[in-house]
Design a protein around this ligand. Structure first.
Ligand SMILES: [Zn+2]
Length: 301
């Protein structure tokens, strides 16, 4: 595998208007994109705008009425409110690009070994309900597509965002051809967690040592029971100590060791990555943590 041959996809070509002071850090995606180029981690020729998902790709994971309700802005206020964002055409376009982009990431990872979306990891979106800044579930749409097309037989989802992936679990949690590991903060949203195949909840203030040991144990538990052909990695960095939403106390070094552990665990099997959450103040700390994940990947590959 050769780093220069890897492809990356971004969604910041679509700008989403948000009210001033909104908690969602929309600018981190653009800042990450810029930093990866200016720090010579990714060459501009490797970066591609994410294409929009088509309805066929959404329908494997979502209800038709929900998809059309999002697109046409016909969901009720009560149905839309849990998403935590304001409806706009750009928001819908960007959500379609996150799903379409992640589908491209999985295809690229299958043929080249590794690929990543500079966005995504929308693991709180359910079949007929969005929440927690997630409208459509990129991992579920991509997983069900690859399985239906028989491009892979078994997919391992490693979800290391500080928030539990309740949407992934509500859509994929009962399948035997998907295995979801979610390692998250016990006291973090969502407060009603939907069971994954393996959930590991960590107490507030958990440090690098506790976290890395828990991850090691979880990965060791999966290896003998689930023979995957591919990994989807949700590399959220909201478990950083400085994060405004996360309850864990990881350092930059701890997060880099975590990423290294995941890449080594893949043992050369295709790895499709999405960046997941990150809400540090200032946002530059989150961007730094995401950049580090790509640095670890580049070093590893
Ligand atoms: Zn999160």
């Amino acid at each position: 595998m050769n780093w220069e041959n890897f492809q990356f996809f971004y969604t910041d070509h679509i700008e989403v208007p948000l009210p001033d002071g909104h908690r969602f850090p929309m600018e981190k995606y653009r800042l990450l994109h810029q930093a990866l180029v200016t720090e010579n981690i990714i060459d501009p020729s490797q970066l591609h705008p994410a294409p929009f998902a088509i309805d066929d790709d959404l329908l494997r994971a979502h209800k038709d009425w929900y998809i059309q309700g999002l697109k046409n802005n016909t969901l009720t206020e009560k149905q839309f409110r849990p998403i935590g964002l304001t409806w706009s055409n750009e928001l819908i376009q960007r959500s379609l690009a996150a799903v379409g982009g992640f589908i491209e990431v999985t295809e690229s990872a299958l043929s080249r070994g590794y690929s990543a979306l500079l966005a995504g990891g929308t693991h709180h979106a359910h079949a007929d309900q969005g929440e927690g800044y997630c409208l459509l579930n990129d991992f579920a749409c991509a997983a069900l597509r690859l399985l239906e097309l028989e491009k892979v037989k078994k997919i391992l989802i490693i979800d290391l965002d500080v928030h539990q992936g309740n949407g992934n679990s509500s859509i994929l949690g009962n399948r035997s051809d998907v295995f979801i590991l979610s390692l998250h903060g016990e006291k973090n949203y969502p407060f009603r967690k939907v069971p994954s195949h393996l959930d590991v909840s960590l107490m507030p203030g958990s440090t690098d040592e506790v976290y890395l040991q828990a991850l090691r144990q979880a990965l060791d538990q999966i290896e003998p029971v689930f023979n995957f052909d591919m990994i989807f990695y949700q590399a959220g960095v909201d478990n950083l100590k400085e994060d405004s939403l996360g309850t864990l106390d990881l350092s930059f070094e701890g997060l880099m060791k975590r990423d290294q552990m995941v890449f080594e665990f893949a043992k050369g099997k295709p790895l499709a990555m999405a960046i997941g959450g990150g809400y540090a103040k200032p946002i530059e700390l989150t961007v730094r943590a995401h950049v580090n994940t790509f640095k670890v990947a580049k070093n590893y590959f």
